[in-house]
Write a protein that binds this ligand. Structure first.
Ligand code: BGC
Length: 370
C-alpha cells in the first residue's frame, strides 16, 4: 500500500505544487496559503488519472542510507491517533532500511522526554528524531544534541523561527520536517466556501462558527485556527465566533466542547472547525446527539484524514478534512536523518504538503491508505 500512497502523494504534489520527502520548502509566507485557490478543486489530487509513480518511490519499502544506523525516536505521547500512524510508518520505514530504532513515549511530559533524550545521547545514537512535547524546549534539546555532536530531526511540532535561525547561524545539525499548518487551515476554510451557501446556512450574512482547538501552544493549532477563518474573511465573508475552546487534540474533549456549544448556541451554530480529526469525530457524536444534520443545517471540518473521518466524509457526516500526510512526513524525516548521518548539510525546514479532502476524493484517499 505504501507504494500506492507515495504514487498518489508524488502525483498529488504536482497538483498542489509541492513534492513530499524531497526537502522542498513549504510556502514561506502566509500570503501563499491564505488566499483561497481560485479553483479549489485543482488542489485535490486525481489519483486515478495520474501517471505511474517514478521508480524511486520503491524507496517506500525501506529508507535509503540508514542501514546500520542506531536511531532514537521520541514521540510526545503514544496516545495520539495521528502520531500513532506517524510513528508506526516512521519505524517501519527506518527498520526496513536496516536501521536499529528505539521509540520512546514522552507521555506528554517534557521533563520525561528530555530524560529520554539524555539517555539516547549517553547511549551514543547516530541521530535523533524528536516530536517535542513543548516546541519551546527546542533550544535546550538542540544544545544537548549539538554538544554531543548528534544531529536532530524535529517532527510535527515546529520550533519557532528564532530557533531555526540559530541553527543556520551556528551551523547546527538540526532541521524541522513538517507540513505548513497555515495551508491546512486555509483548506478547511476553502471547503466551507465551496458549499452552496459558503457556510452562511441561515442566510443572515455571516458565518457563525465554533472553533475546537488543539493544544494552543502548538503552532498547528494556532495556524489552523487563524487560517481557516482568514480564508473566509479573505473571500469577503463576515464571520462570528460563537465559541473557541481548547480540546487538546482529544476526541472526548471535542465531543464535550461541541455538545456544550450546541446547548448554548443551538441553531446559531453553522460551522464547527476542529483542528484535528480526533476532535471532529467527537464533534460528530455531539452534533448527532443534538439532532443536527451535517451538510443540511451545520458543517463540520477536521484535519488529518484518519480512516474514521474519511468514512464520515464519504457518508456526509463530516463536511471535509485535510490529509496530514504522515507517510510523506515520516519518510522525509527518516531521509533527513540518513543525510545528517552521512554528513550532509540540510535546510532548517523540510516541507510536506497537505491535501484537501472532500466527498469527491475521500474514497480515493481511503483506498490508498488501506
Ligand atoms: C495533528 C494532530 C496531532 C498533533 C500532535 C497535528 O499535526 O493534526 O492530530 O494530535 O499534530 O502534535
Amino acid at each position: 500500500m505504501k507504494k500506492k500512497v507515495l504514487a498518489l502523494l508524488l502525483c498529488g504534489a504536482m497538483a498542489v505544487g509541492m513534492l513530499t520527502g524531497c526537502g522542498s520548502k513549504p510556502a514561506d509566507t502566509p500570503a501563499d496559503t491564505s488566499t483561497p485557490s481560485e479553483t479549489p478543486a485543482a488542489t485535490t489530487p486525481a489519483p486515478a488519472e495520474t501517471t505511474p509513480a517514478p521508480a524511486e518511490t520503491t524507496a517506500a519499502d525501506g529508507c535509503p542510507g540508514v542501514d546500520g544506523l542506531n536511531i532514537g525516536v521520541c514521540i510526545y505521547k503514544f496516545d495520539d491517533n495521528f502520531m500513532t500512524l506517524y510513528r508506526t510508518e516512521l519505524q517501519r520505514y527506518l527498520e526496513a532500511g536496516g536501521a536499529t530504532v528505539t521509540v520512546m513515549d514522552g507521555k506528554n511530559d517534557q521533563a520525561e522526554q528530555t530524560n529520554q533524550i539524555q539517555n539516547f545521547i549517553t547511549e551514543g545514537v547516530d541521530v535523533l528524531i524528536v516530536n517535542l512535547v513543548q516546541s519551546t524546549a527546542a533550544a535546550n534539546i538542540t544544545d544537548l544534541c549539538s554538544a554531543a555532536d548528534i544531529p536532530v530531526v524535529y517532527i510535527n511540532r515546529e520550533p519557532d523561527d528564532d530557533e531555526k535561525a540559530r541553527w543556520t547561524a551556528d551551523g547546527t545539525k538540526a532541521t524541522y520536517v513538517g507540513a505548513d499548518a497555515r495551508q491546512s487551515g486555509t483548506f478547511q476554510g476553502e471547503i466551507v466556501l465551496n458549499t452552496a451557501n459558503k457556510g452562511d446556512i441561515n442566510g443572515d450574512g455571516k458565518v457563525s462558527y465554533v472553533m475546537v482547538m488543539g493544544d494552543p501552544e502548538n503552532i498547528d493549532a494556532q495556524y489552523r485556527t487563524e487560517f481557516s477563518i482568514k480564508a473566509l474573511t479573505d473571500a469577503g465573508m463576515e464571520v462570528e465566533k460563537l465559541d473557541e475552546q481548547r480540546g487538546d487534540w482529544d476526541q472526548a474533549r471535542g465531543q464535550e466542547i461541541v455538545a456544550n456549544a450546541l446547548t448554548n448556541y443551538g441553531e446559531q451554530v453553522e460551522v464547527v472547525f476542529c483542528n484535528n480529526d480526533a476532535m471532529a469525530l467527537g464533534a460528530k457524536q455531539a452534533i448527532e446527539a443534538a439532532g443536527r444534520t451535517v451538510g443540511t443545517d451545520i458543517y463540520l471540518l477536521g484535519v488529518d484524514a484518519l480512516t474514521d473521518a474519511l468514512e464520515g466524509v464519504i457518508a456526509g457526516s463530516i463536511t471535509g478534512t485535510v490529509f496530514n500526510d504522515h507517510i510523506g512526513q515520516s519518510h522525509a524525516a527518516a531521509e533527513a536523518a540518513a543525510k545528517f548521518a552521512a554528513g550532509e548539510t540540510l535546510d532548517t525546514l523540510i516541507g510536506v504538503d497537505y491535501i484537501k479532502v472532500t466527498q469527491e476524493n475521500a474514497q480515493e484517499i481511503l483506498d490508498l491508505l488501506k
